[in-house]
Design a protein around this ligand. Sequence first.
Ligand code: SF4
Length: 382
Amino acid sequence: MKKPLSIYVHVPFCARKCLYCDFPSAPGTPEEIAAYFRTLQQEIRSFEALGSLHGVPTVFFGGGTPSLVDPKYIRQVLDLLRSLYPFDGDAEISLEANPGTLTKEKLDAYREMGINRLSLGLQSVHEDELKILGRIHSYDEFLKSYELAREAGFDNINVDLMSALPRQTMEKWKKTLGTVADLEPEHISAYSLIIEEGTPFAGTWGTREGRIFLPSEETDREMYRWTKTFLEERGYRRYEISNYAKPGRECRHNLTYWTGGEYVGFGQSAASYVDGRRFQNPAGREEYPKYARTAYANFRKTRPLSLKEREEEYMFLGLRTARGVSRAEFRERFGESFPGTYEKKLLDYCRQGFMEKENDRIRLTDRGIDVSNVIMADFLQD
Ligand code: SF4
């Protein structure tokens, strides 16, 4: 039987850089975009050998802003992938899109080429917050894109939101979340803002003077807790720390990452996990084309993760999800029981109320999620 292999394709172009963003993305000229897609196809072809061993349950075009480029490039990549890898009949094919870059023609083209899930970056419904973030669109433009996507037949839409923004109050966050929930997208991602070093944002809001305008940690946690309660009332279930979905609408591609499934990433900075090997393409626009020519050979040379590293990852990633981790699953995957150190840690965290147990599964409680970074790192330190 063919093993499942999810595919990620990175499109590193954006109309303009958002002020908080440290992703590998930047504006590109038409020539740069054309050259990038030529290299991408070379890289995909070099991995052809994987196609005979694997079937594809999910494909994800992320960025950057995949909806910025001419849809013909997305089609060429999809056609090539389909010719090399057998896609499952019900494959989930997602594309990230930003309001202000979508048109009816693009959306029709996406539908026609088999894209069946859209992820729309909104972040906030407030114009002042969109401006602070340096987003290229208004809320009205988002709404227009959302409606166009529904009209084009997209029945699986995610909306990305961001809390803990400068000057954001609880009331403003409630308004953002309530307005979006009223639209009833199938999926909502709600992340707290992280101020990344080296971004313009860090220069303004990451300074001592700037931080005064950020919501306190307590307000941030309050926003998080309210998000979960409110979205549950609206029929969404939190299935990962920052991701909420209507029943059956969890992002299958992201679940691949969080449950230790295999995936290959194509493009600048894309990460892969294939045959027990983890590797990442270079993030630089100049380095990537040089690397892409030998990407498959580099992959073959990568050292597979040790058993211990794979076990740590299982714990680290599993605890991000609402399913949590399980002894039976661990045994099935690694042929041994939880090591004694894990047993002790899990027991301690359960006793302290940071984790809870349901039958064989152990997961973080709401209290545990508040300090999830510390807890998850604890399983990487044995
Ligand atoms: S649209 Fe996304 S990837 Fe592009 S600059 Fe903004 S946050 Fe970064």
